[in-house]
Design a protein. Structure first.
Length: 174
C-alpha cells in the first residue's frame, strides 16, 4: 500500500472520529463543545484529500463558485427552457469554459443536470402529489410526454407508472 493511500485512510479515520464526537455531543446536548468539534471537522475536511476543491468552491469569484451559482440557478429554474450561453453569461463565463468546469464538478453537462433535476422532481410529484406521468412531465418543463417517458425509463430503469407502483409497494411493505 502506498504512503499516500495510508495517509488518506488515517485522515478519513480522524474525520470519522470527529464527526462521531459531534454526533454524540449533539445527542447529549453538550452545547459548549459543539463549536470546537465543528471547527475540527472543518479543519479535517480542508486538510483532507478534497480540501483544495472545497476551498475553490468556497472562494468567491472562483470558477467553482461560479458553477455553484449556476447549479443554484438551475435548481430554481429547471422547468424553464435552458440556453447554455445565457447561463454561462449569468455566471460571467464563456460557454466553453462553463461547459468544461460544469462537467468537471458534476460529471455531467448542464443539459444532463437539468434533465436529472426534472426527472427527479417529476418522480417526486407522481409519488407524493399523485400526479399522472403526463401532468408531471409538463409541470417540470417537458413538452413531449413520450420523450419524458423514454428519459424517465433510462434514468430509473422502468417506465413512470411501473416505477411509481414499485416505489409505493416498497414503502407500504416497509
Amino acid at each position: 500500500m502506498s504512503a499516500a493511500t495510508e495517509r488518506g485512510k488515517k485522515a478519513h479515520k480522524r474525520l470519522d472520529t470527529a464527526v462521531q464526537r459531534f454526533t454524540d455531543a449533539g445527542a447529549r446536548a453538550i452545547s459548549g463543545s459543539h463549536p470546537v468539534i465543528q471547527r475540527e471537522i472543518i479543519y479535517r475536511l480542508l486538510t483532507g484529500d478534497q480540501g483544495e476543491r472545497l476551498r475553490q468552491i468556497a472562494s468567491t469569484g472562483s470558477q467553482s463558485s461560479q458553477i455553484a451559482r449556476a447549479i443554484d440557478w438551475l435548481k430554481g429554474n429547471f422547468s424553464n427552457p435552458l440556453r447554455i450561453e445565457d447561463l454561462a453569461n449569468k455566471v460571467n463565463m464563456s460557454t466553453s469554459t462553463f461547459h468544461h468546469h460544469f462537467r468537471t464538478l458534476t460529471a455531467m453537462s448542464p443539459l444532463q443536470y437539468q434533465k436529472m433535476l426534472r426527472l427527479n422532481e417529476a418522480r417526486r410529484l407522481m409519488l407524493a402529489e399523485r400526479l399522472d406521468a403526463t401532468t408531471a412531465a409538463f409541470n417540470v418543463g417537458y413538452e413531449s410526454a413520450s420523450q419524458f417517458c423514454r428519459e424517465y425509463g433510462r434514468l430509473f430503469g422502468a417506465p413512470p407508472l411501473r416505477d411509481i407502483n414499485r416505489l409505493r409497494q416498497t414503502s407500504a411493505a416497509a
